[in-house]
Design a protein around this ligand. Sequence first.
Ligand code: AMP
Ligand code: MN
Ligand code: MN
Ligand code: MN
Length: 287
Amino acid sequence: MDPLALNADLHCHSDVSDGTLTPEGVAARAHANGVQLWSLTDHDETGGQHRARRAALELGMPFLSGVEISVTFAGKTVHIVGLGFDIDDAALRDGLAATRGGRSDRAREMGQSLEAAGIAGAYEGALKYASNPDLVSRTHFARFLVESGVCASTPEVFRHYLAEGKPGFVPHRWATLSDAVRWIRGAGGMAVIAHPGRYNFSPVEEFAFFTEFKQLGGEGVEVVTGSHRPDEYPKYAGLAREFGFYASRGSDFHSPDESHTDLGTLAPLPGGLIPVWELLAERVHTP
Ligand code: AMP
Ligand code: MN
Ligand code: MN
Ligand code: MN
């Protein structure tokens, strides 16, 4: 079989971060949708990995460990996905714990800043949606603002309240690019740039980001993702070839009610790319 034709979904979230399904629930949905290689990539947290692996293997679905690390690069937040690392690696676990560390204070500040914008109780409201109290995310605030009728949908909340420059946005310093890549590689995994089309970098900034990531030991980039428009696939396929990066594919699924891209339903990777799962074959857990 052509390796590019594998239905791999290597980017999605459970309620261990800002998804709404449990790791077992995401595994079941991925399997039901025909996913042939699955990775759960919760934000800054590997606490769901053992459960995800167990559930996948019980379903007969090959599994790669995963995480999505929040990084501050050139004053912007970018996301780096780690795949195929040792789930119990201590340096990775400690690094992620430090990255999560500022989330509670940030969430309180977001609550205060929304309060100043006339929306009361958002911090307490967001907390109710966060199954993992260590991982309060903007997504949990968005769910509260939709539930309380302030906005009609999560994209609308982000546009009006949670994006940079809006009243509920609180700047935050995440991990450095160098630390994120080092933690992932140190644990035996591959570092992958998540959804590069989302960052609004200028071409010069984007080239600098890819160049520095490669120099630090980064090896992959998401080309086909639920966070890209299909017309962005050829652009990032081209950059993957230019930089010699392995290509990844993942829905970025968070919730049956919110996500427009379901698990396992994306287009295949474009031709002429080498998928990340070629290099990671030995890191795949098989039933
Ligand atoms: P945080 O890590 O707390 O800054 O939250 C970031 C999360 O917010 C992302 O992982 C997405 O799940 C979600 N998000 C970011 N931008 C948007 C958007 N425009 N629409 C919907 N969800 C978004
Ligand atoms: Mn998210
Ligand atoms: Mn992301
Ligand atoms: Mn994601």
